[in-house]
Ligand binder design. Sequence first.
Ligand code: GRF
Length: 212
Amino acid sequence: MFGKGKERINLAVFVSGRGSNLQAIIDAVEAGKIDALISFVLSDVENSYALERARRHKIDTIFIDPKKYPQREDYERAVLEFLKIRPVDLICLAGFMRLLTPLFIKEFPGKIMNIHPALLPSFSGLRAQKKALVHGVKFSGCTVHFVDEGVDTGPIIIQGAVPVLEDDTPDSLAARVFAQECEAYPEAIRLFAEGRLEIDGRCVRIRKTASS
Ligand code: GRF
């Protein structure tokens, strides 16, 4: 069982870019749809618009500069040091453009989520919408999953599907998928916060009620 079930959970959101998924999470928390506190937003890009969004909502922000840590593991050690003083129950990757190594992931088993703009396991990695169009699929969508040591390979929590239209471009498909992302990520976090997610091998079971 993951999440706490009854107490309010502390979230960290890791970002690199425009922060539209972060905004959906903030809105869901502020609307009382998720019983969670966004403890802080961490970015590896100093001027990311996501940080600006967090500040507007009076959420603590931290920028950790990758240029100071050429090795990925050294960067992650710096993040881990910060997490020692600001512990969290769940880390949500929301457009965070760094691949996490086992060093970091093993510290948070079943406690890191990611959102990907395709129906995994199809079209993992970058430029997912372009890959979907080139492949000619008739449906695409988004996937919220727990993070494991692969690229977009962890156990799937929630997916949202959209049709692919004849005249779609990567941008028009991305916009349709994004509407699903705004629903799926807050919903996955809500289920975690309610203690209703259970990882069973590759599968995530969603309990009707929190397990005790
Ligand atoms: C989203 O499409 C998400 O699925 C992917 O990166 C994008 C992030 O955008 N992982 P934003 O920074 O949340 O606006």
